[in-house]
Design a protein around this ligand. Structure first.
Ligand code: NAD
Ligand code: ZN
Length: 342
């Protein structure tokens, strides 16, 4: 097991890469503990949960909302959970985001931690202190910054995860490598087959190295005033593609990274060889790179991007594999890229 520390303004967070769900009890020093988990994770792993109260939620992006949050508050009141209670979210990004939001607001905040059970949440969602829910169709628009006390990334849980969910996690690993670690990028190029087989040693390195990049950026810019924006590489187009096609986030980000790489090359930063390596690696990891898109819809979605500032967007470009820059790009220029694509 490898350990990483995040120093957030709301407290410190310990990330246990290669830790085990079965050891959960040893990380919690509280008398009253409540688990929040989703229906699928409960079904597969209840046998490994310590004997705490369990609140079950449904699965899927549709339940990541204030109705679910209210239902959980109701159960916490029934269970007479108090200020000294500890809440653990066990699951993917959805269970962890909801848990972080509930724990940060119930009684003005109680202690909480996560056991992260999807590759995407291990390499991304459960780390960094953002805890949000969706509201009226807007993703993650209501939320808080607050660090969990711990995050256990248990690689053994990934074996029951559908292949498509695994691929989505790899997209975020490629993102982290592309913006901050050329060695990780080369490692993935060499070991992608073992990664797809979920070889424990390879996955542990991919998760750990990804988190080193994410946590060092978050440590420097927790509130996304500057450098944290680099973590949005591939996401401006990715979100627009996700919205217009309905494909999973990681797949949309994969295609979004191909577009952002092409734009980086067009601006004279990234070499053509670099763009080919990025697209090649995504393909090896069974991710889509080029999609049939409706240009008008994509442009419309770009215009509604919540990270847009006036007529431009802070856009993440690559200088090289392992090195990113943030530049303001006008909506018109992005529209021109969409027209080239479609
Ligand atoms: N807080 C952040 O910084 C941050 C960052 C990125 C993404 N997110 C959020 O994360 C969410 C996506 O996370 P996700 O991809 O983990 O989705 P998810 O939580 O929906 O999990 C994906 C599916 O896998 C199931 N599942 C979970 N663990 C499993 C396991 N071990 N075996 C079998 N099935 C399992 C779930 O029930 C679900 O059906 C989005 O809502 C996104 O907004 C948050
Ligand atoms: Zn993402």
């Amino acid at each position: 097991m490898k350990v990483l520390e995040i120093h957030g303004s709301t407290g410190d967070s310990t990330i246990l890469v290669g830790g085990s769900l079965r050891d959960l009890g040893t990380y919690i020093s509280a008398e009253e503990v409540v688990i929040i988990t989703d229906i699928n994770v409960r079904r597969s792993y209840l046998k490994d949960f310590p004997p705490y109260e369990v609140i079950e939620i449904g699965a899927g992006e549709e339940i990541k909302n204030l109705d679910t949050v209210q239902a959980i508050y109701g159960r916490l009141v029934e269970l007479e959970a108090g200020r000294s209670s500890f809440i653990v979210g066990i699951g993917g990004g959805i269970a962890c985001d909801i848990t972080g939001f509930v724990a940060s607001t119930y009684l003005r905040g109680v202690r909480f931690g996560f056991v992260s059970s999807t590759l995407l949440s291990q390499v991304d969602a459960s780390v960094g202190g953002k805890n949000s829910v969706n509201f009226r169709g807007y993703k993650n628009i209501v939320g808080v910054f607050n660090q969990p006390e711990f995050v256990i990334c248990d690689m053994n849980l990934l074996r029951t995860l559908p292949e498509r969910e695994i691929a989505c996690g790899f997209a975020e690993v490629v993102k982290h490598a592309a913006i901050g670690d050329r060695d990780l990028f080369s490692y993935l190029e060499q070991h992608y087959e073992k990664a797809l087989e979920l070889d424990l040693e390879v996955i542990e390195r991919l998760v750990y190295d990804s988190l080193v990049i994410k946590s060092s950026i978050v440590n420097r810019d927790e509130r996304e005033k500057g450098e944290r924006r680099k973590l949005n590489f591939g996401h401006t187009f990715g979100h627009a593609i996700e919205k217009t096609t309905g494909i999973p986030h990681g797949e949309a980000v994969s295609a979004g990274m191909v577009v952002a790489s092409a734009l980086s090359a067009k601006r004279g930063y990234l070499s053509v060889e670099g763009t080919k390596r990025i697209e090649g690696l995504l393909k090896k990891l069974k991710l889509p790179t080029r999609l049939r898109l409706n240009g008008g819809e994509v442009v419309d979605a770009l215009r509604k991007d919540k990270k847009r500032a006036g007529d431009s967007i802070h856009f993440v470009l690559l200088h090289d594999i392992g090195s990113a820059v943030i530049e303001e790009i006008s909506i018109e220029e992005l529209e021109a890229v969409v027209h080239d694509l479609c």
